[in-house]
Design a protein around this ligand. Structure first.
Ligand code: MGD
Ligand code: MGD
Ligand code: MO
Length: 771
């Protein structure tokens, strides 16, 4: 299964490298399709520049010395999508009722254009109707004041700025709860739980400079070519220096195989591509604990051989002695595992794992990069801890060129946590908030995303205020959740475009349209800028450059302030209006709350490359209970001990395509995987033969668990693909009805979107044959 990078001949997979002409064509197509005016295309040059606007797509780091065109295909699509010239004004709802719109797909809904005016749902007409901002705030405030604060949730999708997020968490806490679920609860929460326990910080230790110094990269479950393409530049540079990249991923992802830099005319003309992964190990979905156990075992075996022969040690003994806790128990646990069980659970051979371990052993500075392939599993936290174990064995944390690198999703998802968006009271600076604003912050634990869904299902949640996002589509168990969602007494959605969560709304529902980050934000104090934190813990300023989509839009800070003023009793220590007039005042407040991270915020945010938040583990200071970096002993090698896959079933994992940003579907095509539609299942030839299926068959997928609920998705097309037998891949969000809400990562409650036991057959799930 393990192959060296480069081209392969696999069923139905396009033989294209990531980047290249395809990328240029895609960018041009979407700019034209969205009727982006010429000034708009010129805006791309300002993307991710120290004085420009920060990309609204992923959160990958922004270099201090950016490329003249520091954007990628995904970023350009996200920009075009936001600055589109299409508008959804209230006349749209005169033409379409909500019930009618429920028949539209996710692409069609957002494609209708930017929302322009605040609206309230009118049940008699089954439409949203325009309402003034003042009235919207007053009515929402009056509703919220009547509710039990503990039964209201304030969700945020990870895009809103540090300024907005700080105001939003303050609103929730002054209102009376810590119910601040966010997109991170479905994403890197496994990281936020695993890393503090092991290395004492909730974020990664790697910065861009490390890419210039590393001599080996291990890459687990992250699809760089699609989801963080700007990182391909760092990977390409590393490859040019001969740095090996060892990838573990069940799918052969094009962007992980090879890359042509679309911003290099020479490469484009010569068609010269860089091989990205020098080893590609198609681990089984959920097989990473086993694979990493094998890797650690191989390192320990190499160390024993070295000791026997008197050669140089394979372990960094000095580092382990000085900095680590729990090594002996961990080493014993690794030795006790047999290669048989490791091979069975990982789907890789001992030889393949030893080959990868050999590469690791030859390197002095190794980085471990990962994404949703590790976090969205029942063992999501353990997966991350196993990667830390592996790095610790050779002291690969806290030195240049080495470290752990979680690749975060939304552009400010990490920053939202930094400024207090969390349901865990112990992670928020409650005493400081009390001191600054003179109120008693709630001390009880709030709801995370899964807990909020449980509360909705139980009919308890009274109100939901969503700062961006599309929760109805992003959460598991769609069929169960949709009905419950409609019974929520009040939903308030702050959004840029129409999505499913606006159709599946609460009994009273408001839709509040906001400015996007790319737009000029004019307030009483002049044009405003905002800030965000990238995946490597660096904070950047961002200035909007495009004319707003409509002059009726409010900025996110203005909307949060509007809601706060209408909902909360006046507090002389919080001048919401002054904050909206001048966001520098919000930054002052953030700096007063977190002086260590944000001192001199207003100046430092324009520093090229951003300013970095202190990350103790990067200095080998371990803020853990033991004061050391902790090894973790895995209690299982099994992919998913609590959702075993029956003999006649498969393990489904859900992924993204290059035509989407989460639930935002730019186009139905996935050019990297060579399909034109999204209702597909990527399946191994061996499984197709075993199940009597042929490429192109239309099937129904049913979740193979026995909890009294039938979960199914119909009309999926089987696509033969290079994927380990027993695993099958489908798209998020189309396959979300198959994920039970209760199936989430232990400890972090991240829905286990990469591990769902399903049966696939050519009937509708009841035994009736399909077409
Ligand atoms: N263009 C674009 N960019 C995005 C997004 C987007 O939707 N579109 N979303 C943003 C967000 S919020 C996030 S969180 C990130 C997500 O970025 P990623 O972390 O790349 O997310 P996914 O596409 O869900 O899948 C990750 C990869 O994990 C692999 N995988 C699945 N199961 C396993 C497993 O068990 N083990 C291993 N080793 N690998 C596995 C899949 O094959 C896939 O290649 O991207 C962000 N950037
Ligand atoms: N099966 C499965 N489920 C998953 C995942 C998976 O891999 N598989 N991934 C999970 C992950 S990692 C994540 S992060 C979540 C994503 O969950 P969310 O973050 O909730 O969803 P998005 O699709 O990113 O939200 C898109 C909407 O945000 C709004 N929006 C866009 N820009 C702005 C803005 O500037 N301001 C405001 N206020 N609104 C804006 C638009 O209206 C748009 O429709 O989904 C999770 N769900
Ligand atoms: Mo995410």
């Amino acid at each position: 299964m393990s192959k060296h990078g480069g081209k392969t001949n696999e069923p139905n997979q396009p033989q294209i490298p990531a980047g290249g002409w395809g990328s240029v064509k895609e960018v041009t197509t979407i700019l034209l399709k969205e009727h982006v005016p010429l000034e708009g295309t010129q805006l791309l040059v300002q993307q991710n520049k120290p004085d420009g606007f920060m990309c609204v797509s992923c959160s990958w780091a922004k270099p201090a010395h950016p490329h003249p065109a520091e954007f990628c295909e995904s970023g350009a699509k996200a920009t075009a999508w936001e600055i589109t010239s299409k508008r959804l004004d209230p006349t749209f709802f005169k033409r379409h009722t909500l019930r009618e719109l429920e028949g539209w797909n996710d692409h069609e809904l957002e494609e209708a254009g930017r929302l322009t005016v605040p609206m309230r749902y009118d049940g008699a007409l089954d439409r949203y109707v325009e309402i003034s901002w003042d009235r919207a705030f007053a009515e929402i405030g009056a509703e919220l004041r009547k509710m039990d604060p503990k039964q209201v949730a304030f969700y945020s999708s990870g895009r809103a700025s540090l300024e907005t997020s700080y105001m939003f968490q303050l609103l929730a806490r002054m209102y009376g709860n810590n119910n601040l679920p966010d997109s991170s609860n479905m994403c890197h929460e496994s990281t936020s739980v695993a890393l503090p326990k092991t290395i004492g910080v909730p974020i990664g230790t790697v910065v861009l400079d490390d890419f210039e110094q590393t001599d080996c990269i291990f890459f687990f479950g992250q699809n760089v070519g699609v989801n963080s393409p700007r990182m391909l530049h760092q990977l390409q540079e590393a490859r040019k220096r001969g740095v090996p990249i060892v990838t573990f991923n069940p799918l052969r992802e094009r962007g992980l195989v090879s890359f042509v830099n679309p911003q290099s005319p020479v490469e484009m003309l010569s068609g010269h591509e860089t091989v990205i992964s020098t080893q590609y190990h198609q681990v089984k979905a959920g097989g990473d604990v086993a694979a990493l156990t094998g890797l650690c075992k191989a390192v320990l075996e190499a160390d024993e051989r070295a000791r026997a022969t008197g050669g140089p040690r394979a372990l960094d003994i000095a580092f382990i002695d000085e900095h680590c806790h729990g090594f002996d128990a961990f080493a014993a646990a690794m030795r006790a595992r047999t290669w048989d069980e490791i091979e069975k659970e990982s789907g890789l051979t001992q030889g393949q794992i030893e080959q990868a371990a050999g590469t690791y052993l030859r390197a002095k500075q190794v980085m471990g990069i990962y994404g949703m392939g590790l976090t969205q599993h029942r063992n999501g936290v353990l997966n991350v801890q196993m990667l830390v174990n592996f790095l610790l064995l050779r002291g690969n944390i806290g030195k240049p060129g080495a470290g752990i690198c979680p690749v975060r999703g939304h552009s400010n998802v990490q920053g939202q946590r930094t400024v207090g968006i969390t349901e865990k009271p112990e992670l928020a600076p409650l005493d400081k908030l009390k001191e600054l604003y003179g109120f008693e912050p709630p001390r009880d634990k709030g709801m995370n995303t899964v807990e909020m869904c449980e509360s909705i299902k139980a009919g308890k949640l009274q109100g939901l205020v969503s700062l961006g996002g599309n929760l109805v589509r992003a959460v598991p168990d769609h069929d169960q959740m949709d009905a419950a969602w409609r019974a929520i007494p009040l939903t308030v959605q702050i959004a840029t475009k129409l999505n499913r969560s606006h159709l599946v709304h609460g009994r009273t529902a408001y839709l509040l349209p906001c400015l996007g980050r790319i737009e000029i934000d004019r307030q009483a104090g002049g044009e405003q800028s905002v800030s965000m934190e990238d995946s490597t813990g660096c904070m950047h300023g961002s200035r909007g450059r495009a004319e707003p989509a409509a002059d009726t839009l409010l900025s996110e800070p203005a909307i949060v302030a509007g809601l706060a003023k209408a909902t909360l009793d006046p507090n002389p220590k919080v001048d919401w209006d002054a904050w909206v007039a001048d966001y520098a005042k919000v930054r002052d407040a953030i700096a007063a709350t977190y002086p260590e991270i944000f001192h001199d915020f207003d100046e430092r945010m324009w520093q090229p490359g951003g300013f970095r938040k202190p990350v103790a583990a990067a200095q080998r200071k371990w803020n853990t209970p033991t004061g050391k970096a902790n090894f973790t002993v895995p209690d299982t090698l099994s992919a998913d001990p609590d959702m075993p896959v029956p003999e006649d079933a498969l393990r489904l994992f859900t992924v993204r395509s290059d035509g989407q940003f989460n639930t935002t579907i730019y186009s139905l095509e996935d050019r990297f995987r060579g399909v034109q539609d999204r209702k597909v299942l990527f399946m191994a030839g061996a499984d197709m033969a075993r199940l009597g299926l042929a490429d192109g068959d239309i099937v129904t997928a049913t979740t193979a668990v026995d909890d009294g609920v039938v979960r199914k998705v119909e009309d999926l097309r089987v696509v033969e693909y290079s994927i380990p037998a027993g695993c099958v891949a489908g798209y998020f969000p189309e396959c979300n009805p198959l994920i039970p809400l209760w199936h989430y990562a232990k400890e972090s409650k991240v829905p286990a979107a990469k591990s769902i036991a399903i049966r696939v057959d050519r009937t509708d799930g009841t035994g009736r044959p399909l077409h």
